[in-house]
Design a protein around this ligand. Structure first.
Ligand SMILES: *Cc1c(COP(=O)(O)O)cnc(C)c1O
Length: 366
């Protein structure tokens, strides 16, 4: 780095620090369970970030890391392969630093997503074949003064999991005065895999007994990759935005995961609806996946006579999905029927008993 470059990097890191200082941490909310269960379920509401999702944390970490590495300068254009929340959050930070941001997205990305990326100052660069978005981002990123952030390669590397400024530390801080301050389980989904890796490393670092469970939707390779120790799997990909991948991403670290739960899409959408009915929180589909997996784990804790606390994340808000995850027509067109799962989960909230809801369509896809 030249001297000018070092000066710019210092100013850029300071601007990120100033932004963090004026922002608040996210709320930890309670999902009520019958008192006699002796189990507390918490929902960490990551939709409260300025860019509306847990990707706010990732985007900040990617920028801090790239700046400290000397990968960014005052004339940089940042590029990312993402059609979703990462592009929205990165567009926000790029704008804050006065940098250009380009999101390489698959053609057919919802107009709402594109609008959000553009609202935060980003430019959308659609490509026709979804499988070529990584190559296109790599190609653009190789140009002079361009930098490819590559969230799927870097998410689990760029985040500081030791210190006090990560989602794991925040969870432990916020539970510190609760009756079960050390969660028995933290249940999250994996898109990049960065969140599960950060939380699990932080748990080990602070010598906590907390276990990390990852929920995986239909069409994702992560479950099989974890169960069989393979990284060569490919699939069609997931319908739950933000989680489940068609290939084993570099940031997905199986050794950090103590348990995985496969979740049918109908179950994710049923739990998403349940969360809204019980708490008033309107979340995206991946939050439903988390809740579905957590309730299954809680029923197993009950069976074993275990007490304690369980934490899930609310990854983003439901406003982004009114035309998709929340639309009966969208669900119907895909043959997704959440009702049986919804009835089962409702029953579980009184009986504590998990009932398998068989679903031929799911069995065929998983
Ligand atoms: C990215 C994302 C996740 C998963 O987080 P990772 O850290 O990438 O594994 C879950 N839900 C939503 C909505 C996301 O955008």
């Amino acid at each position: 780095m030249s001297v000018d470059h070092i000066t710019w990097a210092g100013e850029a890191l300071r601007a990120l620090d100033v932004e963090a200082n004026r922002s608040a941490d996210t709320h930890m909310r309670l999902f009520p369970l019958p008192a006699e269960w002796g189990i507390d379920l918490y929902v960490k509401d990551e939709s409260g970030h300025p860019t509306g999702s847990l990707k706010h944390r990732l985007a900040r970490s990617l920028f801090v890391h790239a700046i400290a590495n000397g990968n960014l300068g005052p004339n940089s254009t940042v590029v990312e392969s993402s059609s979703g929340s990462t592009a929205v959050s990165e567009a926000y930070f790029a704008k804050l630093l006065g940098l250009r941001f380009v999101a390489v997205i698959p053609e057919g990305t919802s107009p709402e997503k594109m609008r959000l990326i553009e609202q935060f100052g980003g430019v959308c660069h659609p490509v026709s074949a979804p499988t070529t978005i990584w190559e296109e981002a790599l190609r653009l990123g190789a140009q002079a003064d361009w930098h490819y952030m590559d969230q799927f390669a870097n998410a689990s590397v760029v985040t500081d999991w030791r210190g006090s400024d990560n989602i794991g530390a925040s969870i432990f801080d916020q539970l510190s005065r609760e009756r079960y301050p050390e969660p028995t389980w933290i249940v999250v989904g994996a898109g990049t895999g960065g969140t599960s890796a950060t939380i699990s490393r932080h748990c080990r670092f602070r010598n906590s007994q907390t276990r990390v469970a990852v929920v995986d939707p239909e069409g994702s390779v992560f479950y099989q990759a974890w169960a069989e120790g393979r990284n060569d799997l490919v699939s069609g990909g997931s319908r739950i935005e933000g989680i489940g991948r068609p290939r084993v991403e570099k940031s997905f670290v199986p050794t950090l995961i103590q348990h995985m739960v496969r979740v049918p899409d109908a179950g994710s959408f049923a739990a998403m609806r349940l969360l809204h009915e019980i708490t008033g929180l309107r979340a995206g589909g991946s939050t439903g996946t988390n809740l579905y997996g957590a309730l299954q784990i809680i029923s197993q804790m009950r069976e074993a006579g275990e007490r304690g606390s369980v934490v899930i994340l609310m990854c983003d808000g439901g406003e982004r999905y009114l035309d998709t995850h929340y639309s009966p027509a969208w669900l119907l067109a895909r043959g997704i029927a959440p009702e049986p799962h919804h009835a089962m989960l409702r029953g579980l909230l009184t009986t504590g008993v998990w009932v398998d809801v068989s679903d031929a369509a799911v069995d065929a896809r998983v």
